[in-house]
Write a protein that binds this ligand. Structure first.
Ligand code: COA
Length: 146
């Protein structure tokens, strides 16, 4: 299937199927290798977060996990990064009137190119710095006019 942004659909996941959960776990494990993948899966199954997915047909290209005004996680499938999926996903999260107070996001920026690119991604998408921390940044993602 062509990986065309025009056919990328973004939705909130209300009843995750086992297939979607395993795709989420795969993307999460790659984007957040320090996390325990089993815990992530159990927390998705338990409905611990509001999960948003960006999908192309049956393939999940990226996801975001939100709770209590915080963007807990966001990841794009390896091989699909750097081509606008994350920007679209974040735009949808902030636009649909879902988070009128905006979202806070803790961004770890280890001394690595990956960490710096991740920070740049949020700043370019309108994030404001709330606080500099020893291991990263606390950002605020403002709501967008709907
Ligand atoms: C951060 C992330 C959600 C952004 O989604 P995306 O679809 O790649 O982003 P977009 O295509 O909309 O925007 C591209 C920008 O995202 C940022 N970015 C961050 N990590 C990136 C990566 N691994 N590959 C490509 N772009 C990345 C860059 O700022 C990039 O712009 P640049 O090419 O000018 O540097 C996604 O890249 C991701 O899941 N990364 C996980 C890997 C990671 O950051 N690991 C660190 C864990 S602490």
């Amino acid at each position: 299937m062509a990986h065309d942004l025009a056919t990328l659909a973004i939705r909130q996941l209300h009843t995750p199927t086992p297939d979607v959960i395993s795709q989420l776990a795969e993307i999460h494990a790659d984007a957040f290798p320090a996390d325990n993948p089993d815990t992530f899966t159990r927390m998705v199954e338990a409905g611990r977060w509001d999960i948003w997915v960006a999908e192309q047909g049956n393939q999940v290209a990226g996801y975001a996990a939100v709770r209590d005004g915080r963007l807990a996680y966001m990841g794009v499938r390896a091989g699909r990064r750097g081509r606008g999926v994350g920007t679209r996903l974040l735009g949808a999260l902030m636009e649909y009137g879902q988070h009128p107070d905006g979202l806070l996001a803790d961004i770890d920026t280890p001394d690595s190119e990956e960490g710096q690119r991740r920070l740049r991604f949020y700043l370019r998408n309108g994030a404001a710095v709330v606080e500099r921390r020893h291991d990263g940044w606390l950002l605020w993602l403002p709501p967008r006019a709907g």
